[in-house]
Design a protein around this ligand. Structure first.
Ligand SMILES: [Zn+2]
Length: 499
């Protein structure tokens, strides 16, 4: 692994700066936010005054509207020392929330980062709360980083220095940690499978744990065997790269009590489908099948760096699903760590088989609640589309808490039902359960029903991120590739649980 970890790379370059007269700010680009209300209010009004009414003239001609995520670059703005002024729309003021601030700043940063910039100054909007400013800082950090890890000519170049004018040092520090966390998840997803496999992912996790003060335990194939993780081992048997289980512990609340929250991630570093081989076009993006694991590592690292007062454990099941001579087969019956027997009907439904053991290990730690994230089913994408994650639960209050945190962050989620009728579909004739339902229908739910068998009575919510974890095309606020979805949601959840 020659690539540098993304975690903390922006910390030294993003700075708070006191409010200043606009004509004294020295920067390549000044970014100002603007609502649909026009240029009469907020920082846009100040910029308008400083530039002799430039924004008013553009608003009058209809070239500047303040509509959400509209970007208007103005070159050589009069009376300013910056070569460029970028005006970014926030939409209607009464609709501006945390998610809007994140995306608006990310949109601006993504455009500005299209070429190298020594210094970029963002004007903190005057009506923002500190929490909103924090999200904007995080957004700018994600926007300036792309997926072109291996390109000589980068499409995005992080700014040499970012100044947040009129923003508190604390908001900038927290926003930077959050943005770095999202970028860590994206970075891991964007690494190709030959660079990121179970062992190297575990090494990355150990590095991150060292940087953030978390305890880390890595179970190799021998330890997994001693611990009875036969389901994880079965899925990994077709690969020359053996599985790993990563256990991260953070005790922000102190004491030796069971964890307040357990985060569980699916980390299939490459999914060929196994003997139930995927078609080539379905396999191309399968380096992203470890996105749940990346999300949980990044969320735990962010929570630890923010020093939230919560006791947390994160568990990541790392496996490569391949077709080697020892690959697990259709019709195989595996006795999972919990003792439940699983008949394999499709080796491409491997994520749930891996999570069966990971959830059982976590259950043994007795956490108050479990949230898992997995790129689990194409069926969830069929049901909800590419941008929305599916929620499944055995505990409505926990599910509501996850959904509320996601809504606050502007990360769309939708709950699907867990009616007992679906349990019928995963019954097997030869084993306790089988790893797919009857046919394709309700496949996201039968997968969740399978997972439910391994959490016992612990409140649990499963998030299927098969849609939003990876973007084949860019959006205005983010390049294609890994999206870092759910990292901000889980940090917000941990924040709320620790209050
Ligand atoms: Zn699969």
């Amino acid at each position: 692994m020659t690539r540098e970890m993304m975690l903390g790379t922006q910390a030294a370059t993003v700075k708070a700066a006191p409010a200043a007269a606009l004509d004294t700010i020295v920067a390549d680009v000044i970014v100002v936010f603007m609502t649909e209300g026009g240029v009469a209010a907020g920082m846009a009004a100040e910029v308008d005054r400083a530039t002799g009414g430039l924004l008013t003239r553009l608003a009058d001609s209809g070239d500047l509207t303040g509509k959400r995520y509209e970007t208007v670059p103005l070159l050589a703005p009069p009376h300013l020392k910056a070569g460029q002024l970028l005006v970014v729309g926030l939409g209607k003021r009464e609709e501006v929330d945390l998610g809007t601030c994140f995306r608006a700043a990310a949109t601006a940063a993504r455009i500005v980062a299209a070429r190298p910039r020594a210094k970029v100054a963002f004007l903190r909007e005057s009506f923002w709360s500190d929490a909103q400013a924090e999200q904007a800082v995080a957004g700018a950090i994600t926007g300036m980083v792309g997926q072109d890890l291996y390109r000589a000519e980068k499409k995005r170049t992080p700014f040499g220095e970012t100044l947040w004018i009129g923003t508190s040092t604390e908001a900038v520090a927290r926003g930077t940690i959050l943005g770095d966390g999202v970028n860590l998840a994206r970075y891991l997803v964007n690494l190709p499978p030959d660079d990121l496999y179970p062992e190297s992912f575990a090494e990355q996790a150990a590095t991150v744990a060292g940087q953030t003060g978390m305890e880390v335990e890595i179970w190799d194939e021998h330890r997994l065997s001693r611990e009875g993780c036969r389901a994880m081992l079965a899925v990994g048997r077709g690969s020359v790269r053996p599985p790993r289980l990563v256990l991260l512990t953070y005790r922000g609340r102190g004491g030796d009590t069971p964890p307040d929250l357990a985060l569980v991630g699916k980390g299939v570093t490459f999914d060929s489908g196994g003997l139930s081989l995927k078609p080539s076009e379905g396999m191309l993006t399968m380096k992203c099948d470890m996105a749940g694991g990346a999300t949980m590592l990044a969320a735990a690292a962010t929570i630890a760096t923010l020093k939230l007062p919560i006791n947390l454990v994160a568990a990541i099941g790392l496996v490569e699903n391949m077709t080697g001579p020892a690959a697990y087969k259709l019709g195989d019956v595996i006795t999972a760590r919990s003792g439940t027997t699983i008949e394999i009907h499709n080796t491409d439904a491997e994520g749930r088989v891996v999570l069966a053991d990971v959830l059982d290990v976590v259950r043994g730690l007795g956490p108050q609640r479990i949230v898992d994230a997995a790129t689990l089913t194409g069926a969830c994408v069929v049901a909800l589309g590419l941008d929305v994650a599916g929620l499944f639960t055995n505990d409505q209050p926990l599910c509501d808490a996850v959904a509320d945190a996601a809504r606050a962050m502007g990360e769309p989620v939708w709950q699907l039902p867990m009616f007992p009728e679906y349990d019928e579909q995963i019954k097997s004739e030869v084993a306790d359960i089988k790893n797919v339902g009857e046919g394709r229908w309700g496949g996201a739910i039968t997968a969740a029903k399978f997972l439910e068998r391994f959490v016992g009575s612990i409140p649990w919510t499963h998030v299927d991120i098969a849609g939003p974890a990876f973007a084949e095309k860019p959006k205005p606020w983010i390049d294609g590739g890994g999206t870092g979805t759910l990292v901000r949601t889980l940090v917000t959840l941990a924040q709320r649980l620790s209050q």
